[in-house]
Design a protein around this ligand. Sequence first.
Ligand code: HEC
Ligand code: HEC
Length: 329
Amino acid sequence: MKTYLICNAILLLCGIAGVISSCEVGNMAPIANTATLPGKLSDYGIFPDGAIERPAAGFHRYHLATQLFTDYAEKQRLIHLPRGAQFSFDSSGNAVFPDSSILVKTFFYYPDKRKPSAGKQLIETRLLVKINGQWNVGTYKWNKEQTEAYLLENGTDENVSWVNEHGLRKTLQYRIPAQEECSSCHRTGRSITPIGPKARNLNLPLADHPHQENQLLHFEQTGLLTLQPSDLLAPLPDWQSPSIPLAERARAYLDVNCAHCHSATGFAESTRLFFGYEIPLANTRIRARKDHILHRVEATDPDIRMPQLGTTVPDSVGVALIRAYIQSL
Ligand code: HEC
Ligand code: HEC
């Protein structure tokens, strides 16, 4: 990984110069887990009969208004809390979970996206597990038989092939991230943290519920969430909704695909280019860095292209949205 080499080189220089504490990049050294995770996914009992469609009681599905793009992979997201416990939001709208909470994200492809009922190819199940107040990351790679998934700490590349919604065959080398790639995105300062469960990104109508019930209210009613009225303000838009203004959609997309690194406590903190949805445009450097943003999302050189981790192909629809937004500024 080029960035780690650069970081390590800078770290070394800072160390030699004796200014390690004032060296910004030094703080970006990878964060290690504080606990050892079991080697097999089945040890968690998340999918008792082996099918992801039927998670165990106590593993609750959740949806995000705007999602991260990961090489067209489909994703299933689950929250697990200790029995009788609740989660809540802090004053910034970030979810606070009790110890022993588990967040689960399974990545898969439909061999034929036009026929989702014809089966899935499971690739990996990523976990965030809170143990003694610290989050730990781990990903489990599914075997060929699709019967078990095994902890994989060093990452790997997987050939995947599927037919998309337009009937076109697509192939790519999907990247299963190494543990230090997980913590590059999932970091706030020196801690590993969840990214998706924010009040604004969970604040959406549930399409498959009668009366399209609001997800936050649903979690409150089912006893999973302690909700404050302020948590319901300012939902994050769905970046794909045509009825929402361009700027709103683009800022939602940049929030979910870029802001976990590009924030004051993130991996790309030293760029001072922050994409959080809550930051008013005038307080971001988006306008000043217009050309750079476009250049970096459109680049084909993987050492230049953004997002720096998590994808091997550009999200052409997302890039088109960013281009339209940047040109409108
Ligand atoms: C490119 C940045 C990136 C990398 C690398 C990455 N994640 Fe994430 N992850 C995200 C974002 C952004 C979300 C929330 C958006 C979503 O779920 O679509 C997320 C969501 C998750 C979730 C659901 C809970 C949450 O935080 O939203 C889990 C669990 C998770 N990631 C685990 C991992 C693990 C384990 C790894 C390494 C194997 C990893 N992630 C690597 C960016 C990343
Ligand atoms: C995994 C973390 C990560 C993610 C996700 C990420 N970046 Fe970056 N980005 C970096 C790092 C680290 C740098 C500084 C090193 C470099 O320039 O390559 C950077 C640099 C940049 C720069 C150059 C800095 C400047 O001021 O010109 C731009 C522009 C940029 N990123 C845009 C984006 C956009 C847009 C996204 C989302 C589509 C994104 N990045 C997602 C880590 C990330």
